[in-house]
Design a protein around this ligand. Structure first.
Ligand SMILES: Nc1ncnc2c1ncn2[C@@H]1O[C@H](COP(=O)(O)OP(=O)(O)OP(=O)(O)O)[C@@H](O)[C@H]1O
Length: 763
């Protein structure tokens, strides 16, 4: 399907003069004749690849770059059927979207103009008073306004003015506090304000200005799309109108020159109207390396990458290695996690490339033609006034130890050029070559690592009972629940149980294909009542809208992981809930974990549980486990049989026709007969039917009469009238998990005097 070219026109001249006028049209990316193609959203292809990267690929469009005061803009020459005299044949003719050159064939067309949103004035002082002091590029102000980020978060308020001054920053702030924009806005501001000079024609590749390293693929893709969203062109006036509709007094407060627009787009916010000025792309493992190389060949301004894939590509791509040596910004997002992921060596190697190369400390060029390239680049940079500026390093995380923060500030750091590979995170971060002698450390981490809008709780139970408790929790508190396990095996065991119990659950772990990982994440994001069973690859950075509950099914290994896992809920000042499921042998670890956050185990309150219902759920769990174990056995036997058959064929051996091979025949593998398999299948089917029946029965709390709803010791009629009754568990009120916690009484400290006062029964 090809979208028709549509532009709103405002004729400025009478039609009879049309032939003498120049046709000037301001088209936006949204107005281009895009073709609808199927693109796997879940494959993350929309992250970092939109806008500028794809424009050349629109049929019949020639892309022309032009530098303006507001940065580089892109214009399009489009081939389009022009309306001619009534009845005359239409012919395809190119016309200029924005003509500056003398009259061409377009001179016969009437002048049509439309104000580009980015060209309209934007009154930051009136519309975004809290951001005004930062003097950000107008494009960024527009997007902040459109996204309704009207007030900077504390880390943004502290870090942005410092980073825009060119200082190195180490930022530590609670999860979900807007760290991405705290480092992203200064970078985009710099590039948008600097991108005035068209690179010379001989250099095809845009020089990379910023490299952002993130520990996981999902986080890298998310950062890339978050920054890309800042580059969308936004019709602020539509946004303002929409806001005025919602807040009628806003109009008088924020008087503006904006003309009314008849139609708002679906969200009333950001309609992509012209292409982004800066290109941001992500390269991550698990996705086509070839495609990612192609993106790099075209050049990107901001590259977001995971260290593993970046290092892989860099080894074959000298230009990329060159770019990294000449970066303007280096960002480590969630630096402390990068090490955990086993990317230590890659990260170390990448960081080495960013070390300053003073005359006496010059690192030998490691790549062919490097010297030539240096000379060309230097000429080019001098021409552009670049490269005189030094690399700026920004390190952000929600958890960075105080010791490390102190050490990072120290001037006497270990020799950066040491050939010995770094062996610890501290080593590696201390290697970072802050050009700034006094990098700014901004530590806004909350006391005890807990975000103020988070409610924590715990359930103490036997390991074997965790499934039933989890099932109870999920039924009792429907919503978006992110369940963390420490092992992939645990997820593999729980997934079939969830399916059998008819819960909408998706797995997320490193052994899934990247495509599947993103697909599952997308599904979880889009369903308000769903479950994500994840390992700690989902613990950091992921910004999933409105996660209601985080459940630590298996307790986290460290305090940092606890903080980051919890950080997937209660983001951006929203409320959130976290639940620790603690088995007796895990209590010691929980105590230590909380201790290292300066907290006590007793501070975490218990979750109240309706034991009567829990017992009923245990029966369902038991049945689901039985079915799963039978199914597992059948699958295993089938697999072994196939394997045996293939092996026999390969060795040219004939198998016993009955396949009822004895143990001796096939080593330790005892093959079931056809009859045995049939019996097993029938048993599974019977158990499944039994479970189905159980699942269909309502869960009724003790004391509730289902026959006469006004009787029983627990009348549910009032709740039913008020619409507060629980759909899954009859007799219970519909409540939020946070409302059902029971504070643990702080342990009473018995005062010494009380002993002394006690005189025994005799007295
Ligand atoms: N100034 C702002 N006002 C309101 N919301 C904001 C603002 N800045 C960012 N956000 C939103 O807050 C959410 C969290 O932001 P972000 O992912 O950058 O947090 P973070 O601090 O990096 O979290 P984590 O430590 O978990 O990685 C995002 O949805 C983002 O769009």
């Amino acid at each position: 399907m090809v979208a028709q070219l549509k532009t709103k026109r405002k004729a400025k001249a009478p039609l009879q003069d049309a032939r003498k006028k120049t046709k000037t049209r301001h088209l936006s990316a949204g107005d281009l004749p895009w073709k609808t193609v199927s693109k796997a959203h879940e494959a993350g292809l929309d992250a970092g690849l939109e806008g500028i990267m794809e424009l050349e690929e629109v049929e019949g469009v020639e892309v022309v770059y032009e530098e303006t005061d507001a940065g580089r803009i892109i214009k399009f020459n489009i081939t389009e059927d022009e309306p001619t005299k009534k009845g005359a044949k239409k012919t395809a003719q190119p016309h200029n979207v924005e003509t500056k050159a003398g009259p061409s064939r377009a001179s016969v067309e009437p002048t049509v103009t439309e104000e580009r949103p980015e060209e309209r004035p934007f009154d930051v002082k009136a519309l975004l008073p809290a951001w005004h002091q930062f003097s950000l590029h107008p494009q960024l102000n527009r997007v902040l306004y459109a996204q309704r980020f009207l007030i900077p978060t504390p880390i943004q308020a502290k870090a942005i003015p410092i980073a825009t001054k060119g200082k190195d920053v180490v930022g530590i702030a609670e999860t979900g506090s807007g760290k991405t924009l705290a480092y992203g806005l200064p970078i985009l501001h710099y590039i948008l304000t600097q991108a005035k000079v068209e690179p010379p024609a001989q250099r095809q590749r845009r020089p990379m200005r910023a490299l952002i390293l993130a520990p996981t693929r999902e986080l890298a893709l998310q950062v890339s799309s978050h920054l890309n969203a800042c580059l969308n062109n936004v019709d602020v006036f539509s946004v303002k109108m929409k806001r005025e509709e919602e807040e009628p007094d806003l109009g008088s407060r924020l008087k503006s020159k904006g003309k009314s627009k008849a139609k708002l787009d679906s969200e009333g916010l950001s309609k992509a109207r012209s292409p982004p000025l800066v290109s941001v792309a992500a390269i991550v493992g698990g996705m086509s390396a070839q495609k990612q190389r192609r993106i790099l060949d075209r050049g990107v301004d901001v590259l977001v990458a995971t260290p593993g894939r970046l290092w892989d590509i860099m080894q074959e791509d000298e230009d990329l290695a060159y770019d990294i040596k000449h970066l303007r910004f280096l960002v480590l997002d969630e630096a402390d996690r990068m090490i955990e992921n086993g990317h230590f060596a890659e990260l170390d190697n990448i960081i080495r490339l960013t070390l300053k190369q003073s005359e006496d400390e010059a690192i030998e060029p490691e790549f062919e033609h490097d010297e030539d390239r240096n000379t060309v680049a230097k000429d080019l940079a001098d021409e552009q006034g670049e490269m005189k500026e030094e690399l700026q390093t920004l390190v952000f995380s929600a958890t960075l130890s105080k010791d490390l923060q102190r050490n990072l500030k120290k001037r006497s750091r270990p020799s950066r050029k040491s050939s010995k590979p770094a062996s610890t995170l501290d080593d590696l971060l201390l290697r970072l070559d802050f050009r700034d002698p006094n990098p700014e450390v901004i530590d806004l981490s909350p006391e005890g690592g807990v975000v103020s809008t988070l409610r924590e709780s715990r359930i103490d139970c036997l390991t074997n009972d965790k499934d039933a408790h989890l099932y109870y929790f999920l039924l009792r508190y429907p919503g978006r629940s992110l369940i963390f396990l420490s092992s992939i095996d645990g997820i593999r065991r729980l997934m079939p149980l969830m399916e059998l119990l008819q819960l909408k659950a998706f797995p997320l772990h490193s052994q899934l294909e990247q495509r599947q990982r993103l697909k599952n994440l997308d599904r979880f994001k889009s369903m308000p009542n769903s479950i994500l069973l994840a390992t700690d690859i989902a613990a950091r950075g992921l910004d999933i809208p409105a996660v209601d509950h985080v459940v630590h099914y298996q307790i986290p290994r460290t305090a940092d992981v606890y903080v980051h896992r919890n950080g997937r809920t209660a983001r951006a000042m929203r409320g959130g809930f976290s639940l620790l499921m603690i088995a007796p042998d895990e209590r010691r670890i929980v105590r230590a974990l909380l201790g290292s956050l300066g907290r006590q185990e007793e501070e975490i309150p218990d979750m109240s549980i309706e034991l009567y219902l829990l017992d009923k759920l245990k029966a369902r769990i038991q049945l689901a486990r039985e079915i799963d174990s039978l199914q597992h056995k059948i699958r295993k036997e089938k697999h072994e049989k196939n394997w045996l058959k293939e092996a026999a064929e390969a060795m040219d051996i004939e198998l016993d026709s009955g396949i009822g091979l004895s143990d001796d025949d096939v080593g330790t593998v005892a093959m079931p007969s056809k009859r045995q398999r049939k019996t097993a299948n029938a048993k599974t089917a019977a158990l499944k039917a039994e479970l189905k029946e159980l699942l269909a029965q309502p869960l009724v709390a003790r004391g509730v009469s289902t026959r006469y709803i006004t009787s029983g010791s627990r009348s549910i009629v009032d709740d039913m009238i008020k619409g507060k009754y629980h759909e899954n568990m009859l007799g219970l009120k519909k409540t939020q998990a946070g409302q059902d916690i029971i504070s643990r009484k702080p342990r009473e400290v018995v005062k010494k005097e009380e002993y002394e006062e006690w005189g025994g029964f005799d007295t």
